[in-house]
Design a protein around this ligand. Structure first.
Ligand code: NAI
Ligand code: MG
Length: 372
């Protein structure tokens, strides 16, 4: 029997290609695992009305970890039009399977390391090494939204939130509300994950990202929790910044930043900015980590315009596989994988299109495998 069971979720478009590349590397590393295919993505929405079928949820309950490629998503109205005609008008409504997977398994920690590997011509500056911790289950992604606001909600808002008076005459059709919901426990878990990481890997500073001066309730809670938890980690400097200023300073002085921790939406935004500073989506990896399960993926989506061409960069997904190996405790394999990626980047001979070359996805993986 293999040592590990890994759910293998290619999804749509280039998700399939980058996971194929990852298999080449894990094989060469001698990673002792059974990779068990799981269905996820657009095809299953269209055919079954569910992009994350129950059988995939059941699979995820019985594995050590999961590797996920990417899926295609579309706005809810468009999605319903693409359902199998037999399923239309049956009340199916589209919701992102990724957000659902994160919430179902309480994968509260979205960890996104962004390291500029030496010699990558796409680096904004050399020597960037920032790890973003993004809260992954709450905030504006809580899913509590009204495209049409019910009367009861309007009444409660009118009587409890004075600022709502400005909207009281807006018609139902012209009003939409998305709730930003944060809990103290949710803030604590992600902030603690960031500080624990800083402590374990001898990082000097944790920056709490927020907009607490304007978004006072939720971001106020996030910042207050950050300040409280920081006291438990005396050797680590606590820093905080508004999300807008943060984006500006990150671009100007990326070396001033070390570990960032942010609520869900700001974390999503700031991690894409960090990704672009170290080469773009072809280099950006992500771990969705909970207490019992972790799902690793590239940050990018299914890139429909390149699907089927086997030309995208697999490095983002290979770095996600390195995160998985580390999480499973296979740190020596993780170290070797990262060193091989770094070595191919530094040599600068094998390059996918985004790096200014024309090497294909699987050939990039083979070049990296050769260095292992
Ligand atoms: P995307 O991330 O799929 O691609 C945007 C662009 O980034 C591509 O056209 C390409 O130029 C570049 N790119 C992405 N991955 C790359 C790689 N490995 N190597 C080199 N270049 C790469 O985002 P887009 O086009 O906005 O969305 C496409 C679909 O993916 C949508 O349906 C969207 O909802 C979905 N999506 C899914 C995600 C996921 O599965 N985690 C995340 C983001 C988007
Ligand atoms: Mg994103």
């Amino acid at each position: 029997m293999a040592k590990y069971k890994i759910a293998w979720l290619p999804g749509d478009g280039i998700g399939i290609e980058v996971l194929e590349a990852t298999e080449i590397i894990l094989d060469k590393l001698g990673f002792d695992a059974e990779l068990i295919h799981g269905d996820i993505g657009w095809e299953f929405w269209c055919k079954e009305g569910d992009p994350l079928p129950q059988r995939t949820i059941d699979l995820l309950k019985n594995v050590d970890a999961a590797m996920f490629g990417a899926i295609t998503s579309k706005p809810a109205k468009e999605a319903v039009n693409e359902l199998d005609p037999a399923l239309r008008d049956k009340g199916f409504s589209y919701r992102s399977p990724i957000v659902r997977m994160r919430q179902t398994f309480e994968l509260y920690n979205c960890m996104r390391p962004t390291k500029g590997y030496p010699g990558n011509p796409l680096n904004h500056k050399e020597g960037i090494d920032i790890v973003v911790f993004r809260e992954n289950t709450e905030d504006l992604y809580a899913g509590v939204e009204y495209a049409k606001v019910p009367l009861e909600v309007r009444q409660v808002l009118s009587s409890t939130a004075p600022a709502f008076a400005r909207f009281k005459d807006v018609s139902d059709d012209d009003l939409a509300i998305s709730c930003k919901i944060n809990t103290r426990q949710g803030c604590e878990k992600i902030i603690r994950a960031a500080f624990d990481f800083a402590k374990k890997f001898n990082r000097k500073k944790v920056t709490v990202v927020h907009k607490a001066n304007v978004v006072r309730a939720t971001d106020g809670l996030f910042l207050e929790t950050g300040k409280a938890i920081a006291k438990e980690y005396p050797g680590i400097e606590l820093d905080d910044a508004n999300i807008d200023a943060m984006c500006m300073w990150l671009l100007k002085n990326p070396h001033n930043y070390d570990v960032l921790v942010a609520p869900n939406l700001y974390g999503d935004i700031v991690s894409d900015l960090c990704a672009q500073m170290v080469g773009g989506l072809g280099f950006a990896c992500s771990g969705n980590i909970g207490n019992d399960l972790a799902v690793f993926e590239p940050t990018h989506g299914s890139a429909p315009k390149y699907a089927g061409q086997y030309k995208v960069n697999p490095i983002a997904t290979l770095l996600a596989a390195k995160m998985m190996l580390d999480w499973l405790g296979e740190t020596e394999m993780g170290r070797k994988l990262e060193a091989s990626v770094a070595s191919v980047i530094k040599e600068g001979k094998v390059k996918t299109y985004d790096m200014g070359g024309s090497v294909k996805t699987l050939d990039m993986a083979r070049a990296i495998a050769e260095k292992l």
